[in-house]
Design a protein around this ligand. Structure first.
Ligand code: NAP
Length: 267
């Protein structure tokens, strides 16, 4: 559920998971516009098993949930809902586990002891910070256009490790090990104003997924980044985590990532 949802790959991803695990299910992209809460209530009243929540309703889902996981609580954002015991609405956030699994397992990127730059301080950024620290990163700088949002995130997550919030002018020109773009700018030709030195030699990651490298990835490659990856792997991994919550089994993601790459390329 979200708005807009018409370009969502999630129905194709969950259909591919179901083919693999032998479950019979229908996963639909539901455009709820501003009718989020009644749509959730109707969904579960009609027997729905579980649902994902996307822009702009992750904060509303967090407020609506009766119980939330630790990851959702610190992020104050929910992207996965299901009914728990006594029909209580349970909220999780699978973005963080999805990103970390893509970085570590699919891309073979070690995170322990790494200096990480996270660009953006919206719902996606807040959803991944706890998981990045959980994976053992050494330091995290959160840089955002609206500086106060980055500073607030750094304060909220100060208990997790060495974290600093700043505007783009506070990033510094020293290289980071990993640079993650958590803004939607990859969809346009605009690039976030990250200093060149910050990405030189770094492994870069753009949460946006497009058939071709995003503007951020093209720019990072020109500045001497070691590599830059798009967010398709994260999308499939966070979906697999939701699938595990709803159905008790985690599908094999590698063939589905490959299949979604082809679906994306065909669009
Ligand atoms: P959001 O809550 O709306 O936050 C957007 C962030 O981007 C904010 O930090 C915002 O800065 C920044 N931003 C927007 N326009 C900008 C501009 N012109 N210049 C500089 N900064 C700008 O969105 P979100 O939920 O965090 O999602 C961010 C992106 O991640 C989306 O494209 C989403 O599709 C993607 N995503 C991908 C996955 C995946 O599985 N691959 C999962 C989650 C999200 P301000 O605070 O200054 O407005």
């Amino acid at each position: 559920m979200g708005h807009p949802v018409e370009h969502s790959l999630s129905p194709a991803i969950h259909t591919a998971f179901a083919e693999q695990t032998g479950h019979k299910l229908r996963y639909l992209a539901i455009d709820v516009r501003d009718r989020f809460e009644p749509a959730v209530r109707e969904f579960f009243a009609a027997g729905g098993r579980g649902l994902n929540v996307t822009i702009p309703h992750k904060g509303a889902a967090y407020t609506l949930a009766d119980d939330v996981s630790m990851g959702a609580r610190v992020a104050r954002a929910v992207n996965t809902l299901h009914l728990g015991p006594d029909c209580r609405l349970v909220g999780d956030n699978t973005d963080g586990p999805g990103l970390v699994r893509d970085l570590k397992n699919n891309l073979g990127l070690p995170l322990v002891g790494r200096r990480v730059l996270l660009v953006g301080a919206g719902g996606a950024a807040s959803g991944v910070i706890a998981s990045l620290f959980g994976a053992g990163i050494a330091t995290l700088v959160v840089a955002n256009r609206t500086v106060a949002r980055a500073e607030n995130l750094a304060e909220n997550f100060s208990g997790f490790g060495d974290i600093r919030g700043t505007g783009f002018d506070g990033i510094g020109d020293d290289p980071y090990d990993v640079v993650i773009n958590a803004t939607p700018l990859g969809r346009s030709d605009e690039v976030v104003p990250v200093p060149t030195g910050a990405v030189r030699g770094a492994t870069c990651y753009d949460m946006v997924y497009t058939p071709d490298p995003t503007a951020f990835c093209r720019w990072a490659a020109q500045q001497g980044a070691a590599a830059c990856y798009g967010g398709l792997g994260m999308l499939v991994e966070q979906a697999a985590e939701s699938y595990r919550i709803w159905h008790g089994v985690r599908p094999d993601t590698a063939p589905v990532i490959e299949r979604m790459r082809q679906v994306l390329a065909g669009r």
